[in-house]
Design a protein around this ligand. Structure first.
Ligand code: ADP
Length: 436
């Protein structure tokens, strides 16, 4: 060993101390050696000085080596300790190691080689133990830090959830509250446009019509926000009944026709359904269609829009809306179904909208147990395909007519239950998306 080691020899017998010193010197150990003859002096020396190794006689006058070792451990004084045992002390060696001694050596075996070897291995073992302890302490510290971070993240999560809940609540309340004055604006402008309330000049009529159209547009936006906030907190229920899906498709298409005409776009319907009966929420099906159709019209400058309805295997129905519009890049396919997401998010964007339409469609289709497929190419057009079970499952659904379906997919209902919902319902997005 090249370093100079600080060594303490604790032995009441001067001859034994000398034997240790000579053996270590003979072995060529570079050292600063100190000697004490009892455990009190040993304890004081070890309390004030850091030694590299201690050779400790087991049989000391005031207290034995084992008691000193325990005292040192109790005081958290750590040092490599080699106990030198005499004859008859063999049975105590296990206890010495357990108490914290690094090694032991019988006094009868003291020789330069043995002592140097036991010294080296005691120091090595001690240093390895120290490293292990340090690594363990570091691990414990890191674990505690991780736990603190985890708690912090949980807290943040909790705050985020709370904020999101408040946001949904705010959106729902605001959109609900704003609908009342909006309905008044729409209602009174409609009244003003009726000739029996007096003739308006051409310019006045034009202005009232703009108020009406903008009012309808605003109401549509409010309804979108209200629906979205309800969907977000799971407070939107489907009201299912048996109805003719072709009729709903035709109704939606007819409502949108004037918008398509205004842009010189053909709007075609292809109905391939043998059996048009489905058990679902007709208002929400229409809402899905109106959203897809208004997007198709909005994002198409020339060409056609087709709506196709067809049967699928496994008692499913597909509703497909195709357009020859601007198309969507595949990298945006996922994004556009997220709330408030639009391909063009700039302030100066050409197309208006809340970015909620497809998020609402997506949530509704999921609630119905269906799937949406999108195919599109930039500049070529888009195809949104909705696959829905002919009969939706009764979770989150208020059934208006309990029914069953036979093997051919035809619905049949118990007596007296074949009626539509008696509860009056608001059309959620009854108005097409008008341009202001
Ligand atoms: P909004 O129409 O109010 O912007 P949507 O959620 O309905 O919101 O649609 C999100 C985005 O998806 C649109 O802003 C548009 O970028 C893109 N998109 C939806 N439908 C079409 C379509 N038929 N053709 C091209 N882009 C579309």
């Amino acid at each position: 060993m090249e370093e100079t080691l600080k060594i303490l020899v604790v032995d009441d017998d001067e001859v034994d101390r000398m034997a240790v010193r000579s053996a270590l010197t003979e072995a060529g150990v570079q050292m600063e050696l100190s000697e004490v003859s009892d455990s009190n002096d040993a304890f004081s020396a070890l309390s004030t000085t850091a030694y590299d190794c201690v050779f400790l006689d087991y049989r000391l006058p005031l207290q034995d080596g084992l008691t000193l070792i325990q005292q040192l451990r109790y005081s958290e004084i750590q040092v490599p300790l080699v106990v030198l045992t005499g004859q008859g002390d063999e049975q105590i060696t296990g206890e010495l190691i357990k108490a914290g001694a690094t090694d032991y050596l019988s006094k009868s075996r003291i020789s330069p080689e043995n002592l140097a070897q036991v010294l080296r291995s005691a120091i090595r073992i001690y240093r390895a133990e120290m490293q292990a302890t340090l690594a363990k302490e570091e691990l414990i510290r890191k674990n505690q830090e991780l736990e603190r971070q985890q708690q912090h993240i949980q807290m943040q999560n909790f705050k985020l959830l709370e904020t999101s809940r408040l946001k949904s609540h705010f959106l729902a309340t605001m959109s609900h509250e704003l609908r009342t004055p909006m309905n008044a604006i729409i209602g009174f402008s409609q009244i003003l446009l009726r000739p029996k309330f007096g003739q308006l000049t051409h310019q006045q009529a034009d202005m009232v019509e703009r108020i009406l159209n903008n009012g309808k547009h605003l109401l549509m936006l409010l309804n979108e926000v209200l629906d979205f906030s309800k969907l977000e907190v799971g407070r939107l229920d489907l009201k299912a009944e048996i109805f003719d899906v072709s009729k709903i498709v035709n109704q939606a298409v007819n409502e949108m026709r004037s918008l398509a005409d205004a842009k010189n776009l053909s709007l075609l319907v292809q109905n391939h359904l043998q059996n048009p009966s489905v058990f679902n929420d007709p208002v929400r099906i229409k809402q899905i269609l109106i959203n897809l159709l208004s997007n198709a019209i909005k994002f198409t400058e020339s060409g056609e829009i087709w709506v196709e309805v067809k049967e699928l295997p496994e008692k499913k129905v597909a509703i497909i809306v195709r357009d020859t519009g601007i198309g969507i890049a595949s990298r945006d396919f996922k994004r556009i179904f997220e709330a408030f997401r639009q391909v063009d998010q700039t302030i100066t964007r050409k197309y208006q909208g809340t970015g909620l339409g497809l998020a609402i469609v997506d949530s509704l289709v999921r609630m119905m147990g269906g799937k949406i497929f999108l195919e599109s190419k930039v500049g070529m057009g888009s195809m949104f395909k909705i696959e829905l079970p002919r009969q939706i499952k009764l979770t989150n659904v208020t059934a208006n007519s309990p029914n069953s379906q036979d093997d051919d997919g035809n619905f049949y209902s118990p007596k007296n239950s074949h009626q539509s919902s008696s509860e009056p319902r608001e059309a959620p997005i009854g108005y097409p998306k008008f341009k202001i």
